[in-house]
Design a protein around this ligand. Structure first.
Ligand SMILES: [Zn+2]
Length: 318
């Protein structure tokens, strides 16, 4: 009998140690994770969002470790220069161009390789470690845009973030992708539904079959604004009030709140805009991560009072 109890005790001790080590390994892995997989279950694309460990000053794409761990060193990167508007670039085999907010083509170039917007990947003297090692010598830089779409394999669409939302798009049927930067101004201007429309016009993408992924980014818990921001949303979107809390409502949830301020759910507004554009609820996924209240995982412009650190969103066709 005593040996049976001893054996049982030893077994419990081993279970406990195993559990502890597994938990610890899991935690260490999360702490050092360079990126989060987006569209994890889709076989035709690779999409990701870097954590602060995979980020770097100005652009995470200077971080060779991130690119090489993703196996994306040989792709042609596309970088919109992100001016908080709603223009979107198109990267096609025979044509590169920019479409304005009204859907009009405002710039057009010939073949991708001949595009005058191809510039050195290393910008403004920022000698990033990633470029030469990663083998990427140039990026297609789109001036005055906040996103891009493509149907070309071998092209890596990118955007950078420090609270503003990334929105990824995937149309499996037409093998086309899109990625936009939707801060509150981009959300106000409806950049996400504009990308849907542009993919529909360019590739014949059916919104009811497209998939979208929203965030990580600043969530309602942390996105405090003045009443003028809510007023701007009200003037563009009649559902705006459904996605805003007063200071009293916010405080009632046990969150710090300042009198006279609004707390806006821009992830929710983007979902609503996409539903209006014809996407189905089951095809829209929203990240629960808030970049502002997860300092261990993300850099945050709001939380840090400004930061040079940027997380990167990326997507490419496989
Ligand atoms: Zn938060």
């Amino acid at each position: 009998m005593p040996s049976f109890f001893l054996g049982q005790k030893l077994f419990r001790l081993l279970c406990y140690c195993g559990k502890y080590l597994t938990l610890k390994a899991g935690r260490d892995m999360i702490m050092k994770k360079l990126y989060i997989d987006i569209f994890e279950n889709e076989k035709g694309v690779k999409a990701f969002f870097s954590t602060k460990h995979g980020a770097s000053n100005g652009s995470p794409y200077y971080n060779a470790e991130t690119l090489s761990s993703l196996g994306l060193m040989d792709l042609q990167p596309v970088q919109p220069n992100q001016v908080h508007e709603a223009k979107i670039g198109i990267v096609g085999k025979e044509k590169c161009g920019i479409i304005d907010e009204a859907g009009k083509e405002i710039m057009s170039w010939g073949r991708m390789e001949e595009s005058p917007v191809i510039e050195s990947w290393i910008q403004g003297g920022v000698a990033g470690p990633g470029n030469e090692e990663a083998g990427n010598e140039s990026a297609i830089r789109f001036p005055r845009t906040d996103g891009a779409i493509t149907d070309q394999p071998g092209v890596l669409l990118t955007t950078v973030h420090a609270d503003c939302l990334p929105v990824w798009f995937y149309d499996e049927e037409h093998h086309a992708i899109g990625l936009v930067h939707a801060g509150w101004r981009g959300t106000l201007a409806g950049i996400a539904p504009k990308a849907v429309r542009l993919m529909n016009e360019t590739y014949g993408s059916n919104p009811a079959k497209m998939k979208a992924y929203i965030g990580p980014g600043i969530s309602q818990c942390c996105f405090e604004t003045g009443p003028e921001v809510l007023e701007a949303f009200r003037s563009e979107w009649d559902f705006a009030d459904e996605y805003s809390e007063t200071a009293e409502e916010h405080a009632a949830k046990g969150r710090p709140a300042n009198e006279g301020k609004c707390y806006i759910d821009i992830k929710g507004i983007n979902v609503r805009e996409l539903l209006q554009a014809g996407l189905l609820p089951e095809n829209i996924e929203v990240s629960t991560h808030c970049t502002c209240c997860e300092p261990g995982t993300f850099a945050s412009y709001r939380r840090e009072g400004g930061t040079y650190m940027r997380m990167g969103a990326g997507i490419c066709l496989l």
